[in-house]
Design a protein around this ligand. Structure first.
Ligand code: SF4
Length: 378
């Protein structure tokens, strides 16, 4: 039995310190707290995000932000127009949405204000709002990322017991693409030694490509706080022989060993190449002031994205994130600074990044980025 608790919220938009280089959002928005789909790998139950007293209530007690559309209306007056991602710690199209229609009303506000939107979901209920999505895509930018981790009925039953079936989700991607709304697949989390086989990755990637998904993002499972406790309990019950291997693989960290991560990412990358599907999302290109600055920033963030996939030292990639942020926040066109020989004066733009930015501004492309997109190299 699910309990719904109606709450009123003073704010609904959360601004990130750094732009997300997977989803391209700078804001997040979660109209619900808690999620009825009850996935056993869900990391929204980690303390960092949780509002429930006990993580076991996450799928039994759903907080509904009933005044979210009015609050958003006021907030959009005060913040800069930029990409909002729905559903980082909840599925905004879980069954509650059928009754409450909060997401739908939020989309109406965003359409009106021309805000670009990235929605993540597992639910075909999103098709109810297809006309709104089409309009948002027309006026700014919209993409829908549908999570599919496996087509194995057995694994889906264990890990995603109350979510729509994977085949339904694949049909959702097909339907969205047919209707002209950008859509792709999120093959994450890949669960070590359980769903990381070539066979599983291949099936999800091949079927996504056949469904004409625009992209496929892939990532391994992290393990932290409550999510780690719940997952390891399940592992102990169903796959006790894997306990030791997990201990060795994670070694007390939230991410698996780097070599393993790179090996799985490379496998997925090769399959994406084979089935001709992009393993990243093209940056949004909606109209905005100082558009060139954002284009430069997105190129730096894409470089960071590919380096991160290949297990590059996080400190090195962090420099790209920092430079991208400063460039986005400039109040002057970056081309002007380049022409005046002042690129090096931008905080965070060191020698290496200055070369990359110069290459982009002079040639309209970065050779290293093109190489990383098309072949696996470190
Ligand atoms: S659908 Fe997403 S938010 Fe909901 S339980 Fe599953 S992983 Fe968590």
């Amino acid at each position: 039995m699910v309990e719904f608790v109606e709450v009123r919220s003073k704010t609904v938009i959360n601004k990130l310190e750094y732009r997300d280089n997977w989803y391209w959002n700078i804001y997040t928005l979660n109209p619900y707290k808690g999620c009825q789909f009850a996935c056993n790998y869900c990391d929204a139950i980690t303390e960092k995000y949780l509002v429930h007293e006990n993580y076991k209530d996450f799928s039994r007690k759903i907080y509904v932000k009933v005044n979210a559309p009015e609050t958003l209306q006021k907030e959009t007056e005060k913040v800069e127009r930029d990409v909002i991602a729905f559903g980082g710690v909840t599925d905004t199209y879980q069954p509650a949405e059928r009754k409450y229609e909060i997401t739908k009303n939020l989309l109406k506000v965003l359409l009106n204000k021309k805000f670009p939107v990235h929605l993540g979901t597992k639910s075909p209920l999103i098709l109810r709002d297809i006309e709104l999505l089409k309009e948002i895509q027309k006026t700014s930018w919209c993409t829908v990322t549908v999570t599919i981790t496996t087509f194995s009925e057995e694994l889906a039953k264990v890990f995603e017991p109350l979510a729509p079936e994977p085949e339904e989700r694949l049909n959702l991607v097909k339907q969205l693409m047919k209707e002209g709304v950008n859509s792709g697949v999120m093959l994450t989390p890949i669960i070590p030694f359980i769903s990381d086989s070539e066979e599983n990755l291949k099936e999800v990637i091949k079927k996504s490509a056949e469904a004409k998904a625009k992209y496929l993002l892939h990532g391994l499972m992290t393990l932290r706080s409550n999510q780690k406790i719940r997952f390891l309990n399940l592992l102990r019950k169903k796959w006790p022989h894997l306990m030791e291997r997990y201990k060795e693989l994670y070694d007390g960290n939230k991410e698996p060993r780097k070599e393993y991560m790179v090996e799985i990412n490379q496998k997925a990358f090769n399959l994406c190449k084979r089935y001709k599907i992009k393993d990243y999302i093209e940056p949004p290109n909606f109209d905005r002031e100082l558009k060139e600055n954002f284009e430069v920033s997105y190129s730096l963030l894409l470089l960071a994205y590919f380096y991160e996939m290949r297990g590059r030292n996080p400190y090195a990639t962090w420099a790209y994130h920092k430079a991208a942020k400063t460039i986005e926040e400039l109040r002057i066109n970056i081309k002007t600074l380049h022409e005046e020989g002042k690129l090096a004066e931008i905080p965070g733009v060191g020698k290496k990044i200055k070369e990359v930015v110069t290459e982009y501004l002079e040639k309209g492309r970065i050779a290293k980025l093109e190489e990383l997109k098309s072949k696996w190299s470190s």
